[in-house]
Write a protein that binds this ligand. Structure first.
Ligand code: NOJ
Length: 553
């Protein structure tokens, strides 16, 4: 049998490397909050293009674009009305092509976010489903069911939405539809071949345009057991055997096996990373070479700043990656969680939802400490084998914007929880580019989310060229990683002998003498011998201060 010819995309990066994703530094752009060229308050695609030189100066290998598709923005763009276009509020397809070309000219890859679990309620399929009768092919693309109770006025099951409230909403003719997220995000039925074919079309559509990879939203949610009687689901306590009716079911892997075949039609094959909130041993299944290749590892993002926690997570994840043939991924922040510079500045165990409800006043945030620890954790992570995901603004040391006025909050969680959980807007505030001026250089006079008054102090302008700034630190660390990173080997170093796993120092060697040493404790420890390559903060004479990482060679 002859091998089918590979498809050549419209634009390609300067250096061909099919394995680029295995150890890439990937920078997540949240398009609405990155750079606004038309002054309407929302960041846009052209804005990202103007900042490609900045991203290049940061040294990142790829950018992951959170959704930029047409969307009523009921969930920040994760409610997609058309998977194969650009939201007119954010630009045009030509703008997107120009961004991909500009990124490729700087040898930066582009990853696009695919949202297959649900569409927007404004997607033409859902509009057609509402206009069609129960039992119609239009409704069969989604999960429509009759209600429970004698008159069908109760939801079909007690499943709850991730944003609070029932996961079912009733439509005019009395049927109910399933939505694991907001009611504006109806779930698709992946048993339906039309749904499957349409997403394969979408993968090809963006791959043909030169997109290098995909981030797959709620990858663990596509296969559902919808047979009655409905069994209860509790995502937080997912069983390890694929028996939850809604999440992480074994059947989901068949879908991604098919996707891999589509992604492999391209030269080089398109990369993919699963967002799959499943326990680690099952998460790696999504990352098998026969499926997506990578799955986000959120273990560090959920861990405290603690030596034993970090060491254990790293050991387990490297072992699992080796077994599955995938590369590891490391994530400390993204658009869904409180920024790590803030998390680490709060007492261990703080409930960040409750803290946000106090507008960030109680408990008191130690922002300086949070940033110190965040830089130490980031430098440690950048020394690990595998790929590192960096969320926009963390390279500036941004803190969570905890005091957004209630009437300006946008997260559906805020509404769905009856104003008891603020949600994720605090990490989605537009980036400060300049020390002063309207929206600190973001673009609009009135950005879609208000920025804290002191944001200019953490702007690109304020930090550029300042030797001790967080921006200079990220640039130095990523540049050093680029020079040093090769292979996937890591050897743990004995730090203070008899303390073993209780040690507050985490140290490991990569290759050719490159070592990373993190002091998670407060007190300084002796600095191991060697040449300092980069440190997360200035070092004392012969000592590694507390809450500090150093790379030695
Ligand atoms: C995960 C995304 O990261 C999050 O922002 C979104 O709300 C949900 N999936 C639903 O699409």
């Amino acid at each position: 049998m002859s091998t089918p010819a590979k498809t050549t995309p419209a634009s390609t990066p300067r250096t061909p490397d099919p394995d680029w994703w295995r150890d890439a530094v990937v920078y997540q752009v949240y398009p609405r909050s990155f750079a606004d060229t038309d002054g309407d308050g929302l960041g846009d695609v052209a804005g990202i293009t103007t900042r490609v030189p900045y991203l290049s100066s940061l040294g990142v290998d790829a950018i992951w674009l959170s959704p930029f598709f047409p969307s009523p923005l009921a969930d920040g763009g994760y409610d997609v009305a058309d998977y194969r276009d650009v939201d007119p509020k954010l630009g045009t397809l030509d703008d997107l092509d120009a961004l991909v070309r500009a990124a490729h000219e700087h040898d930066i890859r582009v990853i696009v976010d695919i949202v297959p679990n649900h569409t927007s309620d404004q997607h033409e399929w859902f509009r057609a489903a509402l206009a069609a009768p129960a039992g119609s092919p239009e409704r069969a693309r989604y999960v429509f069911r009759d209600g429970a109770g004698p008159d069908g006025s109760l939801p079909p099951s007690d499943w709850v939405s991730n944003f609070g409230g029932s996961a079912w909403t009733r439509v005019e003719d009395g049927q109910w539809y399933l939505h694991l997220f907001a009611p504006e995000q109806p779930d698709l039925d992946w048993e339906n071949p039309e749904v499957r074919a349409d997403f394969e079309h979408t993968l090809r559509f963006w791959s043909d345009r030169g997109v290098d990879g995909f981030r797959v939203d709620v990858a663990h949610g596509l296969a559902k057991d919808l047979s009655t009687p409905y069994r209860p689901s509790d995502e937080k306590a997912l069983p390890l055997d694929g028996s939850d009716p809604l999440y992480d079911r074994d059947e989901v892997h068949e879908i991604f096996g098919t996707w891999r075949q589509v992604l492999d039609e391209y030269d080089p094959p398109r990369a993919a990373v699963a967002e799959a909130w499943a326990p680690a041993p099952r998460r790696v299944l999504y990352a098998r070479p026969t499926e997506l290749g990578q799955a986000f590892n959120f273990d560090l993002l959920e861990a405290p700043f603690d030596a034993a926690a970090f060491r254990g997570i790293i050991q387990r994840n490297l072992a699992m990656s080796e077994q599955s043939g995938a590369s590891s991924t490391w994530v400390l922040s993204n658009h869904d969680v409180v920024r790590h510079a803030t998390r680490y500045g709060l007492p261990t165990g703080t409930d960040t939802d409750a803290w946000l409800m106090t507008d960030g006043t109680a408990p008191v945030l130690d922002a300086e400490r949070g940033l110190r620890r965040a830089r130490a954790a980031t430098l440690l992570v950048l020394a690990l084998p595998g790929s590192s995901y960096v969320y926009q603004g963390e390279e500036l040391g941004l803190q969570e914007a905890a005091a957004i006025p209630h009437d300006q909050l946008q997260d559906p969680k805020w509404i769905r929880t009856g104003h008891t959980v603020k949600g994720r807007d605090g990490c989605r505030v537009p980036i400060p580019w300049t020390t002063s001026g309207p929206s600190f250089g973001f673009g609009a006079v009135a950005p879609h989310l208000p920025q804290p008054a002191d944001f200019g102090r953490s702007s690109v302008e304020a930090e550029d060229g300042e030797p001790d700034s967080t921006l200079s630190f990220y640039r130095a660390a990523i540049a050093a990683r680029r020079r040093l990173q090769q292979g996937e080997e890591l050897h743990w170093l004995d730090t203070d002998g008899d303390q073993g796993s209780r040690s507050r120092v985490v140290a490991f060697a990569r290759h050719d003498g490159w070592r990373s040493v993190t002091n998670f404790g407060v007190d300084p420890v002796p600095l191991p011998s060697g040449t300092v390559v980069v440190a997360s903060r200035p070092l004392g004479d012969g000592v590694l201060p507390g809450e500090t990482t150093v790379w030695l060679a």
